[in-house]
Design a protein around this ligand. Sequence first.
Ligand code: ADP
Ligand code: NG1
Ligand code: MG
Length: 489
Amino acid sequence: MGNEIKCDTVPIISNTPCDERINSLSCLFEEEFGTKPSFYVRVPGRVNIIGEHIDYCGYPVLPMALEQDILIAASLIQEPELHLRNVNSKYKSFDTKLTTFEDIVITPDVNGKPFWYSYILCGIKGALEYLHNKMNKGLQLYIDGNIPPASGLSSSSALVSAACLSFLHAQNISLSKTEIAALCASSERYIGTQGGGMDQAIAFLAEKLSAQYITFQPLQATSVGLPEDAVFVVAHSLAEANKAATNDFNRRVIECRLAAQILTALNGIPEDKKIITLSEAQKKIGKSLKDMIRLVCDNLPKEYYSKSEVCDILNINEDELENLYLTPNTKHLTEFKLRQRALHVYEEAMRVEDFRYICMNLTSNGKTNSTNGHDTNGLTEYTLEDTLSILGKLMSGSHESLKNLYECSHENLDRIVEISRELGVHARLTGAGWGGCVVALCPKKILEKYIEILKEEFYDKHCKIDKNNANAYVFATAPNHGAVVYLNE
Ligand code: ADP
Ligand code: NG1
Ligand code: MG
């Protein structure tokens, strides 16, 4: 590898690694565009270890970057145009002129699903907006991705981020990692989902060998060491879920918004129609996470809240409710689950703090230090148990909550979690859910056996996939580094 320059910005490495994937992408690029790529951009996918569906509520999360990535080969052209090719033939070529960010209109296909290239357009639209439409060069991009798509491993954000980074690099602009992560998070919202920024943050701020504790406002990442006697295993449920193709994701976002608005309204906070998150509600009310959980149970006792009930509590009419708090794809909803969603968020935020606390205090023998100074939410009861078992229980708790309170699991995910539990391995769905992947905390000493049993019991017996062909669906992973640019000099 060449020399890295500027640590705070995305590393620009002055020579491209010589590997088979880059070589074959380079050949395809040259065949298609008649020139060599001038640079490559690599942005990893991620697995979120714990802290699901809480980034958009303002709470910290704990992801790590994967080895799987989106790799883009790029060259500059004089014309203000964009030419997109993909190694995978199911993603059809796309060419367009580039004028202003306002002219980039992102529309779905006839079934309401985004086109693959819309994720690229999101990244470029965001970058053009940031540059106030100043653009010197057009781009030719050839994309090679190996992150399982629509599977909760953040293929979408890797694609948006890789496009935004390519475009900014082509215009000679280099932002700090946190700036570009925040820009990519807002750019991806052009696809229609109101995500929180975890995926783009880890894409840029990831570091090899440690997970990252990511806080929002301000966006910051702190390295968190993981237990050495365990391995994180990712297992695909074989169900895909594109988050922008349905309103499941945004429905949860707006239910959290409404819960936050109601909690503040019922707790004497002066009326303010600005959207607030559940973490802002906590700050305004001035209570601990534990107290917020009690408050949710007291203030939001009902199973469902109708539109008119929400309006009555917030002292607004239905038009105001739609305009202030709902998204285009949730405007028609008539009922909202508020207690369940808010309970998940506050409890999951506590689980993240506990998980991080245990990891920060790992000693060389795999046990944790004393719990001095940390409100352990009852964890002291478990100090004699194995660290892995405490961490595992937090992960299992997260899954149960996502399944029962957040209702974003899938029968295949539950099946994998169940098979894991029978072997004493704790696992949870990772990413947004409704399909996608499970992440499991597997003691190193049973890793082979665990993967073998998943292949037999889930892939072979349950999904009728020969266990010898299941390698692509279940793999052990370790924290990888974040986005880089390679110059092809
Ligand atoms: P994820 O959980 O992977 O982020 P999303 O539903 O957010 O799932 O986005 C998945 C979509 O991203 C896919 O349906 C596809 O349109 C796009 N995508 C992912 N990987 C690639 C790729 N390698 N090439 C082209 N498009 C991709
Ligand atoms: P995935 O499943 O990778 O698309 C989504 C959101 C995250 C976060 C998780 C749930 C986007 C781009 N990503 O991830 O911000 O909310 O779900 O924890 O919206
Ligand atoms: Mg995504």
